[in-house]
Design a protein around this ligand. Structure first.
Ligand code: FES
Length: 134
């Protein structure tokens, strides 16, 4: 086998980089819409039945909560401490486990730091059994 038929090191590394970007884009795309759907207008939707009473769920780039039955709230999912995504919603709080900040299910205010600012409020509009978040 001659050395001319082998791909150069640069070609191999370039191909690996393209493959890595492709995998990341596919993974990021599915993560951004998990648990909800994003319509053509960019709005995110989720079924009311998917949001537990006294709890909530991370939907795309939002956190949707139902602090009391029939009342839905929505917030941006970025923790205000270092702008990283929160990871969990419990029956007590919206939790960012990076450094331990927790936020109120009802209004997104800080329950425990190090964050000092509330989550960014979003709009949750209920129509029938669907919540549209924007
Ligand atoms: S990034 Fe959330 S607590 Fe630090």
């Amino acid at each position: 086998m001659s050395s001319q038929s082998l791909p150069t090191r640069r070609v191999v590394l370039s191909s690996a980089g393209i493959a890595a970007v492709t995998v990341c884009l596919a993974g990021c795309s599915s993560a951004a819409t998990s648990g909800g759907t994003t319509g053509g207008s960019g709005a995110t939707t989720v079924k009311t039945s998917d949001i537990p009473v006294g709890g909530g769920k991370i939907v795309g780039q939002y956190v949707v909560t139902q602090p009391k039955e029939g009342t839905f709230e929505a917030f941006g999912y970025l923790c205000t401490h270092q702008s990283l995504p929160v990871q969990q919603v419990t029956d007590a709080a919206i939790v960012c486990g990076r450094h331990g900040s927790t936020y109120s299910l009802a209004d997104g205010s800080v329950l425990t730091g190090p964050a000092t600012k509330a989550l960014t409020k979003a709009t949750a509009t209920v129509s029938g059994d669907t919540i549209t978040i924007s």
